[in-house]
Design a binder for this molecule. Structure first.
Ligand SMILES: Nc1ncnc2c1ncn2[C@@H]1O[C@H](COP(=O)(O)OP(=O)(O)OP(=O)(O)O)[C@@H](O)[C@H]1O
Length: 315
């Protein structure tokens, strides 16, 4: 869909960064909300920005979009300065609109046609609308759409200029689970056509499923930058074992378990994060002490675990 037939030759794609952010700082009223953020996004990547509320994610991506001027640092999109070269950047970068940017009375069709007219080589909005399941709403006014339909329209408008880079902030907020999954497939298609995606999200499942790499931002700084699997490995160990022991376990022996990342106790239940080696060692320990592990669960650590560890670690 996006970019297909738009004239960009995929063979001409290079592997150098299409987004470069270096030493970015931004303060409001003397308070630094982005405090030395550096990352680079390769062409064709889906790059996630994760972080707690108020971490500075939106401020960072708004500097990439040229909507905010950095106090310090360097931002480049396709080699261009988003503030100084705003017009050129807007031709290569598609961004999700904010609610206030569309008039309540405009219809879905008018919005799609209007936004398509802004670009020299727009995508055909019809298949885009079909894929986003908004063809039934073409004559509906924006102000009357449900939150989910508004969100779908915003995604369509972000993609309509056949952008080289698309910035999606809270992509699937307000969508039901089925629409969320449809949207993920759409984003994968978009990337399949060579578009670079910068994605701000609160949904771990979304980040884990879609992102090639993720920057975890906490209090204006990058707490970690890695692949989803790398973040999981480095933050909390790769395996989580939890059980309710039939008798108390000695805390020193738990702490001495090999490759242990963390131990938590709640309502008589013990949760250990570590590796397979930790799991084997705890099972041996239980057997030696003739302790039964009730409701034993062994699971792979998730990005949720990693996120909590990383953002708590820097608290
Ligand atoms: N224009 C502004 N003036 C003053 N403070 C601002 C402004 N914009 C953002 N902030 C503050 O900067 C901090 C970072 O905001 P930002 O929106 O970048 O965070 P975020 O990580 O995107 O948060 P969320 O997940 O809640 O959207 C917050 O404390 C916010 O209140």
């Amino acid at each position: 869909m996006c970019r297909t037939g738009s004239g960009r030759d995929p063979r001409a794609m290079t592997t150098h960064p299409v987004i470069e952010v270096s030493g970015l700082r931004k303060s409001y009223g003397g308070r630094a909300v982005v405090d030395g953020v550096t990352f680079a996004v390769e062409e064709g990547e889906i790059f996630g920005i994760l972080g707690p509320n108020g971490a500075g994610k939106t401020t960072t991506v708004e500097c990439v979009e040229g909507l905010r001027t950095p106090d310090e640092g360097r931002v480049r999109v396709a080699g261009l300065d988003p503030v100084a070269d705003h017009e050129q950047v807007s031709r290569v970068l598609g961004a999700q609109l904010q609610q206030s940017e569309l008039q309540a009375k405009i219809t879905v069709r008018e919005a799609l046609e209007l936004y398509a007219s802004f670009y020299p080589h727009p995508a055909d909005w019809r298949p885009l609308a079909e894929r986003l399941d908004i063809t039934g709403q073409l004559t509906a006014r924006f102000g009357k759409l449900s939150g989910g339909r508004k969100q779908r329209l915003f995604i369509a408008l972000a993609l309509i200029g056949n952008p080289r880079v698309v910035v999606l902030d809270e992509l699937t907020t307000g969508l039901d689970p089925r629409a969320r999954r449809d949207t993920w497939r759409l984003i994968e298609d978009v990337r399949g056509n060579g578009v670079t995606v910068l994605l701000v999200t609160h949904f771990m499942e979304e980040a884990q499923r879609l992102c090639d790499r993720i920057a975890v931002i906490d209090k204006g700084r990058i707490a970690a930058l890695d692949t989803p699997a790398g973040l999981i490995r480095r933050a909390s160990g790769s395996t989580v074992i939890s059980f309710t022991p039939s008798a108390p376990l000695d805390e020193d022996e738990l702490q001495a378990l090999p490759a242990l990342a963390s131990v938590a106790h709640k309502d008589g239940r013990i949760t250990l994060a570590g590796t397979d080696e930790t799991v084997n060692a705890v099972i041996s320990l239980l057997a030696r002490q003739h302790i039964t592990a009730h409701q034993l669960r062994v699971t792979d650590a998730t990005l949720d675990d990693a996120f909590l560890d990383l953002t708590e670690a820097s608290a």
